[in-house]
Design a protein around this ligand. Sequence first.
Ligand code: UDP
Ligand code: MG
Length: 138
Amino acid sequence: MELTLCLIKPDAVRRDLTGSILFMIQKAGLKVVALKMVRLDLNQAQGFYHVHRERPFFGELTEYMASGPIVAVVLAGDNAIKRYRELMGATDPTQADEGTIRKVFALSKQENSVHGSDAPETAAFEISYFFNAMEMVG
Ligand code: UDP
Ligand code: MG
C-alpha cells in the first residue's frame, strides 16, 4: 500500500474537468483518501515546486499554478505512485499515450491538467504540503 499526491491543475479545474479526472482515477482502482480545493498564492506555488526553482520554466509554471483553484487529492493503492504516473501520461501531452489523462485533457506541456508525485520521498513532502493526518482517512 502506497500513497501519492494528485493535483488537478488550474487549467482543468477552470474547464470543470475535476469530476471526469477523478472518474478516470477511480476507474483505475486508485482510492481517494483525502481531497480539497485550494487556491495557492505565488509563494505557496513556489514552495511546492522548489525542486524546479533553477529551471527556465519555473516563473511561468508557478504563476500558472497560482492562477486559479486546484484540487489536491491523496491517492492510495498498491504501487500507487507508478500506477498514477502511468495514468497521467507524459509531461508533454503530444508525447502522452492514448487514454492517459494528459492525452485526453491537457492543453500544453505547461497546462497539462494534473500533477503526480514521482517517488516515495517526494510523495511524503507533497502530501504534507496540503494535508495533515486528521484530513486523511485510514
Ligand atoms: N513544465 C513546463 N515546461 C517544461 C517542463 C515542465 O511548463 O518544459 C511544467 C509542467 O506543468 C510540468 C511541471 O512543470 O507538469 C513539472 O515538471 P516535471 O518535469 O516535474 O513534470 P511532471 O512530473 O509533472 O510530469
Ligand atoms: Mg514532476
